[in-house]
Design a protein around this ligand. Structure first.
Ligand SMILES: *[C@@H]1O[C@H](CO)[C@@H](O)[C@H](O)[C@H]1NC(C)=O
Length: 351
């Protein structure tokens, strides 16, 4: 949890291993040994966060890159250097590309929403709700879902952004609220359980046009695994005629899995529900970041179910916004990702 957010997990894992290699970690023997060392470290990192697909995609790509280095004419040391350098370049490319991707998702998503918003303010602005954290603290910068919020705001098209607390780990109140305040975006924090009441409040000035969330994994039919609570928001959004938008780089789209049934959901420790920790607030109302406390918020012996993610079925999703464009459902009511990623589709699904 020191690193969270599907793109950030992949970036940090790839770069952390690049630092290790740069510092001389691994065998100084054959090229094959160097590659199998890299494989073993990448496999270890993969085990850390099984739900997010970005990490898996990054690892597949990095493994391919190190195997593509021509070492036939090199001695042992030069071969190791060539493989390590190729790895480092590929890891840095993941970082660079992510920023580019975020900016594109931001502009595609903002454009789509302004065209399709069910309701706008008198000035033509939209209000949105976002869940969890998908901003610059979850990616290389800008963000995915929060990137759309940022893009709307910088175009003068955002009337208000609401963010959920995102229980139990509170990435919404800890991180998104911080990002929104830091950027002076007009915003309000609510608990997860307040979304229904918020949607039912249909004042023209700030009624919600869309829920915008990120994704840990979008599978082939559009079913989307994301932070726990996403599914509940999608059900509520549909009931209230509010657009439900998933912002996801194509690296988060998993064509190998055909529906949400196949997604492995990480379960986390009970203490995230039964205890809470945070910085101390002094009598002056100021937060003392160097002093934290842990308190009980529940009976410490109660059984706990703490899934970190849930799966939102494609039928509740209006649009999947990627860096290559916005995918909506066709006349048959299904998402088709073939058009935006024809090469991966051909490779994984066939025709
Ligand atoms: C913050 O907490 C630290 C550690 O307990 C303490 O030394 C420091 O005086 C506190 N600062 C303020 C402004 O209260």
């Amino acid at each position: 949890m020191r690193v969270r957010g599907a793109p950030a997990i992949a970036i940090v894992a790839a770069l952390a291993h690049a630092v290790e290699l740069q510092n001389g970690a691994g065998p100084s023997s054959s090229a094959a040994d160097t590659i199998s060392y890299i494989d073993s470290r990448l496999d270890y990192l993969y085990e850390s966060r099984p739900t997010a697909v970005d990490l898996g995609n990054a690892i597949t790509n990095l493994k391919k890159v190190v195997r593509g280095v021509d070492v036939s004419s090199l001695d042992q040391d030069a071969a190791r250097s060539a493989i390590v350098n190729a790895y480092i370049e590929a890891a840095e490319e993941i970082l660079r590309k992510d920023t580019e991707t975020n900016l594109k998702i931001g502009s595609h998503g903002a454009e789509w929403l302004l065209e399709n918003a069910p309701i706008k303010s008198a000035e033509g602005k939209v209000a949105v709700l976002t869940h969890c954290n998908t901003g610059s603290l979850a990616t290389s910068g800008h963000g995915t879902a929060l990137g759309i919020v940022r893009s709307l705001n910088s175009q003068g098209s955002l009337s208000h952004a609401f963010c959920t607390e995102t229980r139990p780990y509170n990435q919404g109140s800890r991180l998104t609220a911080f990002e929104l305040s830091f950027e002076k975006i007009p915003s309000t924090l609510i608990t997860d359980s307040m979304a229904g009441a918020l949607f039912a409040t249909r004042k023209q000035s700030d009624s919600i046009a869309a829920v915008i969330v990120g994704a840990d994994r979008v599978v082939r039919n559009g079913d989307t695994a994301n932070k726990i609570g996403t599914y509940a928001l999608a059900v509520l959004a549909q009931h209230h005629g509010i657009k439900f938008i998933v912002a996801a780089p194509t690296t988060s789209i998993d064509l190998h899995t055909d529906s949400g049934v196949g997604i492995k959901i990480e379960e986390r420790k009970p203490e995230e529900l039964t205890q809470i920790s945070g910085a101390v607030v002094g009598v002056d109302g100021k937060v003392n970041a160097s002093k934290s406390v842990r308190v009980a918020t529940a009976d410490q012996t109660i059984g706990v179910w703490n899934p970190a993610f849930d799966v939102t079925p494609a039928e509740l999703i209006d649009a999947v916004v990627t860096e290559r464009g916005v995918v909506t459902k066709g006349a048959d009511g299904r998402f088709d990702f073939k058009e935006i990623m024809p090469e991966r589709w051909a490779e994984v699904v066939g025709n």
